[in-house]
Design a protein around this ligand. Structure first.
Ligand SMILES: [Mn+2]
Length: 322
């Protein structure tokens, strides 16, 4: 099996490296961070020198119960001789330029992955990159510690959208079964992950939900978040990440378009169900992601304008009527 060999080669490179840099994507989600932290906990146990890098200065606080979360840094180390990308479809996803002479291990599950590494372990049929990292442990017969198990469990749980995403299958549950058998506590993890919301989030949510509009006979819903609401409520946009999925629960809605202005652009998150492809929409605007979960930027700070652009393209792409 080709992939099996790649896992072996990856471990060899890790064991021969002096300093491993593990990099995660911008706008980090649980999958990219837990995949990195699973590897980081393993390396810590094996005394392998390494760092986990993410560009942001605003990591999702809800993940702070995962071991070594506090060690994630947004400063690149001066020296590293191996880079591991996790959950990044392309080299630009980390948001910084790295020394291009240094070998790359590329671990991912995006169909659009550009195979930019000297070792590429990409499993587009997996619901999460954390599952690919799980296989790295399995195929190399490495012991999975409780710390590693916890990180992998959270990555698989979150990126499979709590076991509701289409790529969730028997193998996902086999992995979960094994991880739980190692002694982690799913109930405690659920409490840590899901039940520590700030009050500010619940001051922000009604404002975002109040922006809800339905289009094309209700098939498409739009919502937006205004920067000033963050100041008014003290919430961060990260805390409101699940609002798009919330709106997608409305029975007639197939696509949710969630807009917010950030860094001089309008950031657009697209979520869908019933096999409704939003990746093509995101790609049209130079974005990326998965079939049912994608994102892109519109070159405007006017939410109204961005919304119009996206809706027009959805209309043309899906052949919806007004
Ligand atoms: Mn992922």
């Amino acid at each position: 099996m080709k992939i099996k060999k790649e896992f072996k080669k990856a471990l060899e490179l890790i064991n021969n490296a002096h300093y491993v840099l593990i990099v995660t994507h911008i706008n980090p989600d649980a999958d990219t961070l837990t995949s990195a932290l699973a590897l980081s906990n393993y390396m810590f146990e094996k005394k392998i020198k390494h760092k986990v890098f993410n560009k942001t200065d605003q990591l999702p606080r809800s993940l702070d119960f995962i071991d070594r979360f506090d060690k994630i840094t947004n400063t690149l180390p001066k020296f590293y001789d191996l880079v591991i990308f996790v959950d990044c479809a392309n080299i630009q996803r980390v948001g910084v330029e790295l020394n291009n002479k240094i070998p790359i291990i590329n671990i991912d599950h995006h169909k659009s992955n550009t195979n930019f590494g000297i070792i590429n372990i990409v499993e587009p049929d997996f619901a999460s990159s954390a599952e690919v990292v799980y296989d790295f442990f399995k195929y190399n017969n490495l012991t999975i510690s409780k710390q590693v198990a916890k990180a992998l469990y959270v990555g698989i749980y979150d990126d499979s959208l709590k076991f509701t995403a289409p790529r969730t299958n028997l193998s996902t549950f086999d992995k979960i079964h094994h991880l739980v058998s190692l002694g982690i506590d799913p109930s405690q993890i659920a409490n840590d992950l899901l039940k520590r919301d700030s009050l500010a989030k619940y001051r922000l949510l009604p404002k975002v939900l109040n922006s809800l509009e339905l289009h094309f006979e209700g098939k498409v819903a739009t919502i937006y978040l205004k920067d000033k609401w963050l100041k008014q409520t003290g919430a961060t946009y990260k805390e409101c990440d699940d609002v798009a999925n919330m709106v997608l629960n409305i029975s007639i809605v197939d696509i949710v378009v969630y807009l917010r202005v950030s860094n001089g652009k309008t950031r657009v998150s697209l979520r869908s169900k019933n096999n409704c492809d939003v990746l093509t929409i995101a790609k049209y605007f130079n974005g990326g992601g998965h079939l049912l979960k994608a994102g892109c930027d519109c070159d405007t700070t006017k939410i109204k304008k961005a919304k119009k652009m996206i809706l027009k393209h959805i209309k043309d792409n899906k052949g919806y009527n007004e």
